[in-house]
Ligand binder design. Structure first.
Ligand SMILES: [Zn+2]
Length: 276
């Protein structure tokens, strides 16, 4: 599943293709994805200018004029592909194609169709059922170590499970939670409210570093996820612990081995020698 760095990579890749452009035409090849498309979807998008592209958690937000925002979620296998409209060829699982006034075709392709698109009034985004319960963004300036520490203090489950709770902090995701906990030397089974302010500062710092590194590398990601220009991310080759059970711990001088455990239904990778 694309995580925050992949979605951020897609957003950055789409900015030169979509920002400031006008949606000249939209082709829609089915009634919806995970949910039906909103009523008059094509008609409401046609002729709209894309003012800017932002991201909230793993949602891409295309802010249009007339105070509308097109919300896109890539689900499990969604991809956005930008091509010249003149040489565009519809591919299997292309469900929506946007055509810009600068002769680009941007296809939304999704084999498993767990993605979604919706049109929302921009001023009411925060009240939308998709966004209402979302926690803080990991890069938000308001998320200070003190604020993070207070959030962690309210939870009695394991820190690994707490980090995946989107009501607390969004977009950390399963892979990056394991990586950030290892980098911080914090055991994934530690109870969230046992972390000190120093631990919280350390963990927040590493969450940001791990996510930033992944964004710079173009997202992690899964074999069926690509950047808009078709390039695959390569961060997957740089994981310290994720998917590396039974390997020796990459921390210098640590003689431990990476273990795998299931926490809250998700695979968790850690070293029980240097994470405590
Ligand atoms: Zn270790």
């Amino acid at each position: 599943m694309p995580e925050l760095p992949e979605v951020e990579t897609v957003r950055r890749g789409l900015i030169p293709v979509l920002e400031g452009k006008i949606l000249k035409a939209i082709d829609v090849y089915r009634d919806g994805l995970r949910y039906p498309f909103p009523p008059l979807f094509k008609e409401r998008l046609k002729g709209q200018q894309i003012l800017n592209l932002t991201r909230r958690a793993k949602y891409l937000l295309l802010h249009l004029n007339e105070c509308q925002t097109l919300v896109i979620h890539l689900g499990m296998s969604g991809r956005l592909r930008a091509e010249d409209a003149s040489s565009f060829v519809l591919q299997k699982h292309d469900h929506v194609v946007f055509y810009s006034n600068e002769s680009k075709a941007i296809a939304y392709n999704d084999a498993r169709r767990f993605g979604l698109m919706d049109l929302v009034q921009t001023t009411r985004l925060n009240d939308h059922p998709l966004f209402r319960h979302l926690g803080v963004e990991p890069f938000d300036d308001d998320l200070t170590p003190e604020v993070f520490h207070n959030l962690l203090k309210k939870r009695q489950n394991s820190i690994k499970v707490a980090l995946l709770d989107q009501r607390m902090i969004v977009g950390v995701g399963n892979i990056y939670a394991s990586e950030a906990l290892w980098a911080s030397g914090i055991h994934p089974l530690r109870v969230s409210d046992s972390l000190t302010l120093k631990d919280s500062r350390n963990l927040l710092d590493h969450i940001r570093k791990v996510l930033k590194r992944a964004i710079e590398a173009g997202g992690s990601t899964l074999k069926d996820h690509q950047q808009p220009d078709g390039k695959l991310g390569y961060f997957q080759h740089q994981f310290a612990v994720y998917g590396r059970d039974l390997s020796s711990c990459p921390r210098e001088k640590c003689l431990g081995y990476i273990k795998k455990e299931t926490l809250g239904g998700r695979s968790t990778f850690y070293c029980d020698k240097c994470q405590n």
